[in-house]
Structures are given as C-alpha cells and as structure tokens.
Design a protein around this ligand. Structure first.
Ligand code: DX5
Ligand code: ZN
Length: 221
C-alpha cells in the first residue's frame, strides 16, 4: 500500500537570489515538502549550499525541509542540519562507511532518517538498512544536476522496496528523485512511490501552481 502523493519541489532549479519568494510560491501552489539538494563537489561533481542557508530558509519556509545530502562521509554535518531545522534528512548509501551509525545519529538528533541510492545500487545492497530508516530516496538520474533524463529501469527496484514495505514496515515512505515530469510520474506511482521530487518540472515552469497540480493529476492517471 502506498501513502498519499506528496510533491517535493527541488530548490536546485529555483532562482537562488529570490529563495524566500520562490519557496513561498510553491507552498502557495500546493507543494507538500521542500527538497534541498546539498552537494559537496566530491560525491557529486557540483557544489550547492550548506546548513547556513537551510537555517535561514527554515525561518521563512512554511513547508517541512527535506534535505538530500550528496556528500562523502556526511557525519560531521548532521548536527548542523538538525540545528538548521531539517525535518527529513537523507544520506547516500554509497557515501557512508558506517551507514547504521549515521542513520542512528540522524534519528538521535531529532530528524527523520532516509537513505538515498544511486541508479546502479541494487535492492540487495539496500535491504539491510531498511529496518532503520523512515524513507528511501531512489535516484532516477545520476545525482549532481537538475534537468536530466529519467532512468526507467530503477522502477524495478522501487517495486522490490514496495514489496519489502508490504511485508515489514507499511510506514516506510518511498521517494523518487530525478527526471520526474508529467510523462514519467505515473509509472513511478504505479511502482509504489509516495513522494516525488521535481526540480525543473516545477521551478522551471512559469506557473508553479499549475505545474504541481499537473504532476499530481498525472500521477493518478
Ligand atoms: C539531482 C538532485 C535532484 C534534482 C532533480 O542530483 O538530487 O533533486 O534537483 O532535478 P530534476 O527534477 O530537474 O531532474
Ligand atoms: Zn535531490
């Protein structure tokens, strides 16, 4: 059983000079979460933002902040993100040497832990950590940039996670990130996804309210 659909616009594609206004626009437009992509220039070949910007954002944002750390060995940043007001925090399986410890630390700091997996990472590698997380973020592009093409093969993995969820933990949320558009969202929903991250399909559009409504409608098709 899936949870209700949630749309999480990724601020990676917004106008960073007008961050507060951009976030208010998607909140008014019906978004459920704000997805914040944190990149370190090492785990992924791009740099974005850190906890100081999240701290400023959480003072003005009305939506819960869902922070996606694309960072090698992120343990030294976890406390800063907790203090900055992150509600949901995902770390990459491929970037953490002691993943259980990292996930437990995220929970101990009062955030909801998630594990993110790259398109090439298998369900078998993910399974041992599933009992310890509140959500899984399945990357449907190689992380690092917005506006890339959806890799449909990851949906078999989503189905495997959804089957695990049905047996072991119905509360688990499944999130997908990368290349989500009105054309790709329905297949992801059918595979069992609950939360849809969308960068260019929301912030890349002039009318964000229409873009969010369009994604929601297409997901239910
Ligand atoms: C990519 C990021 C995504 C990105 C998605 O590494 O994790 O959140 O913003 O952008 P779109 O929706 O444009 O593929
Ligand atoms: Zn992301």
């Amino acid at each position: 059983m899936s949870h209700p659909i949630a749309i999480a616009p990724s601020i990676l594609s917004c106008d960073f000079a007008n961050l507060a206004a951009e976030c208010a626009d998607v909140a008014r437009g019906g978004a459920d979460l704000l997805h914040v992509d944190v990149m370190d220039g090492r785990f992924v070949p791009n740099l974005t933002l850190g906890a100081p910007i999240v701290a400023s954002l959480s003072k003005v944002a009305t939506l819960p902040l869902d922070c996606h750390l694309m960072v090698e060995e992120p343990d030294h940043l976890l406390e800063d993100f907790a203090k900055a007001g992150a509600r949901w925090l995902s770390v990459h399986l491929e970037a953490c040497r002691h993943l259980h410890r990292t996930v437990q630390r995220i929970r101990a700091l009062g955030m909801a832990p998630g594990v993110a997996i790259n398109p090439h990472t298998s369900f078998a590698e993910l399974e041992p950590i599933l009992p310890f997380v509140d959500f899984v973020l399945v990357m449907s592009v190689n992380p690092g940039f917005g506006g890339q093409q959806f890799i449909a093969q990851v949906l078999a993995k989503v189905e495997a996670i959804a089957a695990w969820r049905a047996l072991h933990n119905p509360a688990l949320f499944i999130q997908i990130d990368g290349g989500i558009t009105p054309q790709t969202i329905a297949a992801a929903r059918r595979a069992g996804v609950d939360w849809f991250v969308a960068g260019s399909a929301v912030f890349g559009q002039a009318d964000r309210t229409a873009a969010i409504a369009g994604l929601r409608r297409a997901a239910q098709a």
